[in-house]
Ligand binder design. Sequence first.
Ligand SMILES: [Zn+2]
Length: 447
Amino acid sequence: MTSSPPLYKNVRSQQSAGVGTQCTAEFTVRASDLEMPPVGKDGKSAAKRGLLERLSSGEVIIGDGGFVFALEKRGYVKAGPWTPEATIEHPEAVRQLHREFLRAGSTVMQTFTFYASEDKLENRGNYVEQKFSGQKVNEAACDIAREVADEGDALVAGGVSQTPSYLSCKSETEVKAIFRKQLDVFIKKNVDFMLAEYFEHVEEAEWAVHVLKESGKPVGATLCIGPEGDLSGVSAGDCAVRLVKAGADIVGVNCHFDPATCLKTMKLMKEGLEAAKLKAHLMVQPLALHTPDCNKQGFIDLPEFPFALEPRIATRWDTHKYARDAYNLGIRYIGGCCGFEPYHIRAIAEELAAERGFLPKASEKHDAWGGGLAMHTKPWVRARAQQAYWEKLIPATGRPYSASFSKPDSWGVTKGDKDLMQQREVTTENQLKEMFEKQKNVTGLVA
Ligand SMILES: [Zn+2]
């Protein structure tokens, strides 16, 4: 079946031509009907091609989803520190989530090393550095990611993220030394490529890229910024240029904003690179949350962050649109961050199935555009087994007193502010009281 076009594409084109507006067997597309990624005789992938090789040949790379958010909801990560000690405390939970993303179509297993820098693991009373050490957390993350990546055709990305040390105005040498400790583990564990992600300040991301480049492996770099640029006032276009000049092979944004906003930022980055006559691959990993009301600081400034964001969750159909828009913008590394669950990643893989030439395994349980509903008992639900239905639907929230938009807190606190300083000790009662008072005055949300 290598020469025939994927069935999935046929179904989409029939539907968009209006042929498939009734519920027929044409809708039922099974993963087994389609090509799967090449595998060797031993059941494993033939020698894996590297990231840059894949991107340069036009292959779509699908990232994974938001581990801290997903594992917080499952009970393995604490909201607040958001650190990944689950790699040691609950490796089975981390492994299972990797497996679900792999099954959903991810071609990258990011090591669960978000906020796994030593300074973050001992910030504000965190016990992880003392009890386990950053090295052990990072090593365990690499082992789990590799184990699952080798169950399919996925690559392992060693990831670093922004540090409390930078926000506390530590020197370039000090901040780089922190990244280097994580890099040592990634080199020892031989990850496939490096990723600097979730940086609010391009300067710190440049430092991370410099360090990760020492590995000689490909380096991706994403900032958690919106169209207004980074938190020190550098425009999105200039941020992209600086990251490429620092040595990043792939640049883009992740987290903090919804898919539509992230794609606006990506457009600005792309234009910035074009104006500077620089070439780089583009990547995007947004939130699976709707955040049209965010300011420059992104979703952490919304009053609902982090425990009441559920009404904002993107549907799988929203995610289809995101994947198509990202692809049309020329982005070939498309993934997700906080809020992205395996079914969102599957939606990316399904939307781009024709381009990729295969569906993910998880599509065995998900026929295209709700096609599985053709098996439903109730006729009115069977009537929903069609693309036209789900594409047009505007979901209700079921919350009659819910507003569409919130007002971000807008404290405007960033690098160098005393309230952001790294502090080993637990946050004190007095420090908390001070914050509660400030919140009363600033937001008026608390009576
Ligand atoms: Zn995120």
